[in-house]
Design a protein around this ligand. Structure first.
Ligand code: L34
Length: 254
């Protein structure tokens, strides 16, 4: 079985994440290969590579690390990946399946958040869940996964009015907006579960989440740190999806 990761250009953060993905594969005995393409790769060149990998039976999973350079249309690239090899679950066919609730893959970051919630013994059913951020990669699918677990879900975004009133209602608050220390203690209900998806690099190169950890941890019942919280879970869920892809492609699924 195997995971193929494509990275275009030399974004340092992407390099770190891709290296972690390769290391996780090694640790688990999953074959992996990497295509590191120069930043001036054309969209057509990238699409040609993806099509070739779609046809290659030794490749079970294809992951094109985002973001891509501006001249490449991410949607076109995602749409070209064979949905059966789409271990990110970004292809519209997989997104649609998730919406319906009958899916093979879940997107890695939201799936990692759900795993953290489950493993912490937190029951989502009937709870007020507030998701900050509405990206296709995290916010929207996160809301759907919380809904599947019978949460009462609200999605907040840059146009949300009275944001603090909404976040204060949350029993489970997931922050995925990409703004350092945006969520402050006055926005969080006493005893809430706070999950920080943000990975922001400060000018001094340190990492920080979307949540002011030091202050919010005083009011939250449970909170994830950055680093060492959701990020590693994203990688773990990618490994799971890669195994699922191999099982499905080899007709081993029961
Ligand atoms: N196609 N692009 C595609 N799939 C993905 O699932 C991703 N993502 C996001 C960016 N682009 C992608 C990731 O892999 C974000 N992401 C990711 C993966 C791992 C980590 C963070 C983001 C991670 O391991 N973070 C460490 C810190 C790493 C560091 O030092 O920078 C942590 O402990 O949070």
């Amino acid at each position: 079985m195997g995971l193929t990761v494509i990275i275009v250009g030399d974004d340092p953060a992407s390099r770190v994440y891709v290296n972690s993905k390769k290391k996780a594969c090694e640790a688990l005995g999953i074959n992996s290969q990497e295509f590191a393409l120069p930043a001036d790769t054309t969209e057509e060149e990238l699409l040609t590579l993806v099509r070739k990998l779609n046809e290659d039976d030794s490749v079970n999973g294809i992951l094109v690390q985002l973001p891509l350079p501006k001249h490449i249309n991410e949607e076109t690239v995602i749409n070209t990946i064979d949905p059966k090899k789409d271990v990110d679950a970004f292809h519209p066919q997989n997104v649609g399946k998730i919406m319906i609730g009958n899916y093979d893959f879940l997107p890695c970051t939201p799936a990692g958040v759900m795993e953290l919630i489950k493993e912490s013994g937190i029951d989502v059913s009937g709870k007020e869940c507030v998701v900050l951020g509405r990206s296709n990669i995290v916010g929207k699918p996160q809301a759907m996964l919380l809904l599947h677990q019978n949460g009462t879900v609200t999605i907040c975004h840059s146009r949300t009015q009275n944001l603090k009133e909404v976040t204060k209602r949350a029993d489970i608050l997931v922050a995925a907006i990409g703004k350092p220390n945006f969520v402050t203690a006055d926005m969080v209900k006493e005893g809430a579960v706070v999950i920080d998806v943000g990975i922001n690099r400060l000018p001094d190169k340190t990492l920080c989440g979307d949540v002011d950890f030091n202050e919010v941890s005083k009011v939250a019942a449970a909170i994830t740190p950055v680093p060492g919280g959701v990020g590693p879970m994203t990688i773990a869920m990618l490994m799971k999806n890669t195994v699922t892809a191999a099982i499905c492609q080899n007709g081993l699924k029961d």
